[in-house]
Design a protein around this ligand. Structure first.
Ligand code: GUN
Ligand code: ZN
Length: 443
């Protein structure tokens, strides 16, 4: 149940704007003007599941009509937003030895076939969403499988938890095992039925979910484009330019397109609610097309390293005006933890001579993702009126983390060490719209 009035005490950090690529030292001089809102030892005030303000604990104590949770000395962040993750792929996370196209055939396609079974889809959807929450992720843009029951199970489980989720049945009508292929007519009927039932219900939105260009016929891509234009507020999610063999294959399959991204553009699939995972092998024209259409790239560093896909140049995308969010891409990625994902992101950028600050990293997994999804009024920050989706974290766990935390001098140093060294074991409590959804830990 959601308490009517709830106050949570701790060190509040959220973002009011993009801190950008400035160094921590430069940003330290700009403080709040850089979009960083740091409110140590404050009470975050929540009414009916929405944030109504914050008060310094030193000078104010919520009255007796507020339920109080005292987490003093702990870090409180908006719940993370994972803009690209596959719910059925917890079944294949950490599978050895392949790159993308092989990995799909060897591990992923066989595993996804099991989600035609409704009972299994229901059980695994609950496992997946509780795992997300247990890693501090309160919102996500999710691929289930091609089966209508798998989308039904996932959306139903998110609705039961009151989570802001964007998802939809996967569209794929070729180049996959027959048990994973739909057809244009059936896919449209299933998508329309799911949209009717779930789009705009509670905190859910439907996403037309084109797996990737190779597994959809041009007719299916065109169908998805028509639906996207027809139904207001729909999202579109897919993969683009992840792996070099994949890019070559798309060029063969769609010789009329200027590029991989252009395949989606020609089908009318790019708009401000389009989320495209990876985007490693794009050119300048593609980057401008992303900027012109408002479509975003979901940066998946853990997956890109694990599958040997390549290194995304995040600053180049933003320099061209494109939006970028951060995503685990489990099971290509090897952890649902956004801290681990961002720590991998730091290393991917370091290999290209860029330095990702803890500010920019955390912004990208919270307010930046919310803005890219058009959901900044609801999630990603502690702005008044936003849903109280938040996570309470320990600053440090274990001898190494505690030692490093004690030696940190400035706030950025402390946060960067936290981001680099922490994971789901640091999670203390998760609230979704003010409701306690902390999964019980089985030690
Ligand atoms: N491209 C098409 N399908 C997939 C998938 O399931 N994972 C990743 N990482 N890339 C894909
Ligand atoms: Zn993916």
């Amino acid at each position: 149940t959601t308490p009517a009035r709830l106050a949570v005490r701790g060190d509040l950090l959220d973002f009011t704007a993009d801190p950008g690529w400035a160094s921590p030292a430069e940003l330290a001089g700009r403080g709040a003007a850089a979009g960083i809102r740091w409110r140590p030892d404050h009470w975050l005030m929540i009414e009916q599941g929405r944030i109504v303000g914050a008060e310094p604990a030193a000078t104010s104590t919520p009255g007796a009509d507020w339920q109080r949770i005292d987490h003093r000395g702990r870090l409180i962040l908006p719940g993370f937003i994972d803009t690209h993750v596959h719910s059925p792929q917890l079944d294949v996370i950490a599978s050895h030895g392949t790159e993308l196209l092989d990995w799909l055939e060897t591990y992923t396609f066989p595993a996804e076939q099991r989600y035609a079974d409704e009972a299994l889809a229901v059980e695994r959807s609950a496992l997946f969403l509780d795992a997300l929450l247990g890693h501090g992720t309160t919102s996500a843009v999710v691929f289930p499988t091609v089966h209508r029951v798998s989308a039904e199970a996932l959306l139903g489980a998110a609705h039961a938890r009151g989570m802001r989720l964007v998802a939809g049945k996967v569209l794929m009508d070729r180049h996959a095992p027959p048990a994973l292929c739909d057809d244009v007519i059936g896919a449209e009927a299933d998508s329309r039925a799911l949209i009717e039932r779930w789009h705009g219900r509670g905190r859910l939105a439907y996403a037309l979910t084109v797996r990737f260009a190779p597994t959809s016929t041009p007719a299916q891509l065109a169908m998805a484009g028509r639906l996207l234009a027809e139904v207001p507020g729909l999202y579109m999610q897919t993969h683009v330019a992840e792996n070099r063999d994949e890019v070559r294959w798309v060029a063969e399959l769609f010789p009329e397109a200027r590029s991989y991204l252009d395949v989606y553009h020609r089908a009318g699939l790019l708009n401000g609610r389009s989320v495209l995972a990876h985007g490693i092998w794009l050119d300048d024209t593609d980057r401008r097309l992303l900027a012109d259409t408002g479509a975003q790239i979901a940066f998946c560093p853990s997956s890109n390293l694990f599958l040997g896909s390549g290194l995304l140049d995040w600053p180049a995308l933003e320099a061209a005006g494109a939006r970028v969010s951060v995503a685990s891409d489990v099971g290509g990625g090897t952890s649902l933890s956004m801290q681990r994902t961002l720590a991998d992101g730091y290393k991917v950028l370091a290999l290209q001579g860029h330095k990702l600050s803890a500010w920019k990293a955390l912004y990208g997994a919270t307010a930046g993702a919310a803005l890219a999804l058009g959901l900044e009024g609801e999630i990603g920050s502690f702005a008044e009126g936003c849903c109280a989706d938040l996570v309470v974290w320990d600053w440090a766990r274990g001898p190494v983390g505690e030692h490093r935390d004690r030696l940190a001098t400035g706030l950025h140093e402390r946060l960067f060490a936290w981001l680099t060294l922490s994971d789901e074991r640091h999670l203390v409590q998760v609230l979704v719209a003010g409701r306690d959804l902390t999964p019980t830990r089985t030690a």
